[in-house]
Design a protein around this ligand. Sequence first.
Ligand SMILES: [Fe+2]
Ligand SMILES: [Fe+2]
Length: 160
Amino acid sequence: MDATEYLRGEHELLRWLFQAIRETPPEERNKRQALVDELSEQLVMHELLEEQVFYPALGHASDLVLHAMADHQHTRELLALVQSIEPACQRFSEQFEVLRRTTEEHLAEEERVLFAAARDLGRKEMLRLGELLEKRKRQLAESPEEKAVRHFNRTAWKVV
Ligand SMILES: [Fe+2]
Ligand SMILES: [Fe+2]
């Protein structure tokens, strides 16, 4: 699988999670919380993966990469805010919508602009990057240290 096919699959999972949260009524508070936890995990891992493996390969498109990095920073701030709000509140729904719209715009722009720029790297390099992404994802998902860091980030944000 090449790099953009791999990342597009992750985008689909993120979109699915956003939709699932949106469709879960406030009365199902625990389900909302579980979905938000899963979204947080997947979104943070996805952004790290792009920052560590995919973006560094796009040296020829560095302005686009800087813009994407700024988007990631913004989505992480919005995510932290959503994580700090009780899921059954009206304010949660409002802030969640801001996070969803902002992230979905980033995903669509990435697919339109950065994935197109990545095609300049050629098929062979795209396949090599795809393998690297899969390998790094397994490390991020399985490593106890990485899990601890993500958990720390989540709980640290909660008290802000
Ligand atoms: Fe991204
Ligand atoms: Fe992405």
